[in-house]
Design a protein around this ligand. Structure first.
Ligand code: NDP
Length: 316
């Protein structure tokens, strides 16, 4: 059997939380190992401009920001690796993490920064047309819809951002919103409402898709369940989901407390979980703020906690 690798600090996930934890853990001489996970760089790699990360007065692209954070983490000795954590045993320290179903690592401290993944409506047609007109990432797939008609589902900041982005490529964008209002920030609401190519369909639900060779249209219900409910079809070429995210905490659920959605519950404002030496940072533990800068802040806290824990145990 292959020898089990032993480390002092293992970081899972490569968004702003993971990389910031790595920068701090590296500078504290914890020799951190970081596994990048399914989506290296995390959700921000699918974002266009990030305008609210302090230090970039002109904004910065999501992928560029993540590349900078990765380079900074590497500079202080973080061992950044490809791989996905597929199982965890947090019953006792040192904690065991399985990577890609085969490699085992034992770690004295664990920083979980696995982020969150885009949600789907749960329609059969989303699976049927996956990669054939259905997408949860406008910046990844928008290019395929130049001069075409697309729909975005959702009324939050993500949906508005994706609608504006797609409007720069497509000929027409419908924003399908189930409520009679947008939940997005005022500035994003204004950008959407004032955009000539975007039409907001308030009080609409998407209930199905149709098309012979990929998506050719969406079946909509206006004012679902009301006496004046109305059903109709709308021809579109692309269907984009932007209805929120699910935290990637499944493999830790047997050992850590989570809320009903799956967000890891930590101790007050700290990244401490109920297992000593195991910390959760970023979106996987944050149903409230979910910002790059708050994720980075919690990654910093997690690394400081890891350093103090190791020091108190006499490991460093
Ligand atoms: P949100 O949870 O804020 O919004 C989700 C949207 O999807 C809501 O309009 C919700 O409707 C709708 N929705 C959820 N489920 C369904 C469903 N089954 N059918 C139809 N509609 C549905 O998620 P976001 O991803 O937009 O944003 C997450 C966080 O990230 C927020 O705090 C946001 O402010 C932040 N963010 C910030 C950005 C920035 O500052 N640049 C960019 C993107 C996100 P309803 O309102 O009815 O619940």
């Amino acid at each position: 059997m292959a020898e089990i690798e032993k480390v002092k600090c293992l970081i899972i996930g490569s968004g702003p939380a993971g990389y910031t934890a790595a920068i701090y853990a590296g500078r504290a001489n914890l020799c951190p190992v970081l596994y990048e996970g399914l989506q290296p760089g995390g959700q921000l790699t699918t974002t266009t401009d990030v305008e609210n990360f302090p230090g970039y007065p002109e904004g910065v692209s999501g992928p560029q920001l993540m590349e900078d954070l990765r380079a900074q983490a590497s500079r202080f000795g973080t061992d950044v690796r490809f791989g996905i954590a597929t199982a965890a045993d947090l019953s006792k320290a040192p904690y065991k993490i399985t990577i890609d179903g085969e490699k085992e690592i034992e770690t004295e401290t664990l920083i979980i920064s696995t982020g969150a993944t885009a949600k789907y409506l749960g329609l059969e047609d989303e699976k049927k047309y996956a990669g054939m007109g259905v997408s949860a990432c406008a910046t990844c797939d928008g290019f395929f819809y130049r001069k075409k008609v697309v729909a975005v589902v959702g009324g939050g900041d993500t949906a508005c951002e994706e609608a504006v982005y797609l409007a720069g490529l497509a000929s027409k964008v419908y924003l399908i919103v189930r409520k009679p209002f947008l939940r997005a920030s005022k500035i994003m609401q204004e950008r959407v409402m004032n955009h000539e190519k975007i039409e907001v369909l308030f009080e609409h639900n998407a209930v199905g898709l149709y098309g012979d060779n990929g998506v050719e249209g969406v079946n909509l219900v206006k004012r679902l369940g009301e006496p004046d409910e109305e059903r109709y079809s709308l021809p579109i070429d692309g269907f984009f989901l932007a209805i929120g995210h699910k935290p990637n905490s499944d493999i830790f659920k047997d050992y850590l407390d989570t809320d009903e959605v799956g967000y890891i519950i930590t101790d007050g404002g700290s990244p401490r979980t109920k297992v000593p030496g195991v910390f959760a940072a970023g979106d996987v533990a944050d149903p409230h703020y979910r910002q790059a800068i708050t994720a980075a802040g919690s990654g910093c806290k997690a690394a400081i906690e890891a350093e103090r824990y190791l020091s108190a145990k006499g490991i460093i």
